[in-house]
Design a protein around this ligand. Structure first.
Ligand code: UT7
Length: 319
C-alpha cells in the first residue's frame, strides 16, 4: 500500500502590512470591534508587482528546502487559489516554470476558495496513492487584496495575502490518514465574487459576503466534519494532538477547538497575524507551528476548512 507523507513545509507573507489602525482611517470601524469580532490585528498586502505565483514560489522554495528536495524531483504541482495571476495559464503552470521544473509532469490549479488547500492536498494524496506521482508540491496562495472592496466595511477587514506550501512524497506509512471534501453550490449568494471573465466585468470584481449567515454555517459544518473525520478512522477526540484550522475568524476556530475538546494551546492560531488568506491559511498556520517547534513528527493533526461554494473539508495527518 502506498501512502503520502508531508516531508517539508514553507510559507511566505508579503512585507507590506495593513493594521486595524489603517482600517480606522479608511472605514467606520475600530480596532476593538475588529479584534473582538474576528481576532485579526494585521494583514499582509502584496506589492504592486507581486503576483500570486510569486508568493507561491517563495513558499514553495522554503518547503523544498525543508524537505531537501530539488525542484527537478517534483512530479506534480497543485496550487489552490481563488486569485490566479491570469485566467490562464494556471498559476501552477507559472509556478512550475518559475521553479525550473521542466520534466513535463502535471501542474494545475484547484479552485475551492478557502477550502482550496484541503482540496489540493486531497487531490495530490490520491495521485500519490494511485502511483501517478511520487513527490508533489501542494500550495495555497492568494492575493485577496486584489478582489477586496475597501469601502465595504462588513468584510474588507478580514482579507489578507500570503502563501503556504507542503512537499508530499510516497511512503510506506501514512502520512495523510484520510481526506474528506464536500461542496454545496446552493449557497452561492452568501459568499461570492460579483464578477468574472464570463460576466464581462472581471476587473472590478470584489468579494461579497453575508458574514453572519456564513459564520453560522461554518461553525455547524465544521462541527460535522470533525465527527465525520473521527468516525471514518475509528478515532476519538483524544487521539488528535493539534487542530490546524482554516484561519477565518478566531471565534470559528475556538468553536471547532471546543468541539474537539482541545485546550487553546493545542489549536494553531495565526489569524491575528495575517487575517483570512483563503487557500493559503492552513499551510501558513501549519508551517508556523512546525517551524516554532510546536508540531512534532509522529503527532496527529486535524486540518479543516470552510469557504465559498460552499466548499468544506478536512485532512487527518500523521506528521
Ligand atoms: O473563510 C470563508 C468563510 N468566511 C468566514 O468564515 C467569515 C464568517 N463571518 C464572520 O467572520 C463574521 O460574520 C464577520 C466578522 C464578517 C462579522 O461579524 P458578526 O459578529 O457576524 O457581525 P454582524 O455582521 O452580525 O454585524 C454586527 C454589527 C452590525 O451593526 P448592527 O446592525 O448590530 O448595528 C454591523 O453593521 O457590526 C457592524 N459592523 C461593523 N462595525 C464595526 C459590521 N462591520 C463592521 C466593522 N466595524 N468593520
Amino acid at each position: 500500500m502506498i501512502y503520502s507523507r508531508i516531508i517539508g513545509t514553507g510559507s511566505y507573507l508579503p512585507e507590506q502590512l495593513m493594521t486595524n489602525a489603517d482600517f480606522e482611517k479608511l472605514i467606520d470601524t475600530t480596532d476593538q470591534w475588529i479584534v473582538e469580532r474576528t481576532g485579526i490585528k494585521v494583514r499582509h498586502v502584496a506589492a504592486e508587482n507581486e503576483l500570486t505565483s510569486d508568493l507561491a514560489v517563495a513558499a514553495a522554495r522554503r518547503a523544498l528546502e525543508a524537505a531537501n528536495v530539488v525542484p527537478a524531483n517534483i512530479d506534480l504541482v497543485i496550487v489552490g487559489t481563488t486569485t490566479p495571476d491570469r485566467v490562464f495559464p494556471s498559476t501552477a503552470c507559472i509556478v512550475q516554470a518559475k521553479l525550473g521544473i521542466a520534466n513535463a509532469s502535471p501542474a494545475f490549479d484547484v479552485q475551492a476558495v478557502c477550502s482550496g488547500f484541503i482540496y489540493a492536498l486531497a487531490t495530490a494524496n490520491n495521485f500519490i496513492k494511485a502511483g501517478q506521482a511520487r513527490t508533489a508540491l501542494v500550495i495555497g496562495a492568494e492575493t485577496l487584496s486584489r478582489i477586496t472592496d475597501y469601502t465595504d466595511r462588513t468584510n474588507c477587514i478580514l482579507w489578507g495575502d500570503g502563501a503556504g506550501a507542503v512537499v508530499l512524497t510516497a511512503s510506506e506509512e501514512p502520512g495523510i490518514i484520510s481526506t474528506h471534501i464536500h461542496a454545496d453550490g446552493r449557497y452561492q449568494d452568501l459568499l461570492y465574487v460579483d464578477g468574472g471573465p464570463s460576466m464581462g466585468n472581471g476587473e472590478k470584481a470584489a468579494m461579497r459576503m453575508q458574514g453572519n449567515a456564513v459564520f453560522k454555517m461554518a461553525v455547524n459544518t465544521l462541527d460535522a466534519i470533525v465527527d465525520e473525520t473521527l468516525a471514518a478512522n475509528g478515532m476519538e477526540k483524544s487521539d488528535i494532538d493539534w487542530l490546524v484550522p482554516h484561519q477565518a475568524n478566531i471565534r470559528i476556530i475556538q468553536a471547532t477547538g471546543k468541539k474537539l475538546g482541545l485546550p487553546p494551546e493545542r489549536v494553531v492560531v495565526t489569524v491575528d497575524q495575517h487575517g483570512n488568506t483563503s487557500a493559503a491559511s492552513i499551510p501558513l498556520a501549519f508551517d508556523t507551528a512546525v517551524r516554532d517547534g510546536r508540531i512534532k513528527r509522529g503527532q496527529t493533526l486535524l486540518m479543516e476548512a470552510f469557504g465559498g461554494g460552499f466548499t468544506w473539508g478536512s485532512a487527518l495527518v500523521k506528521y
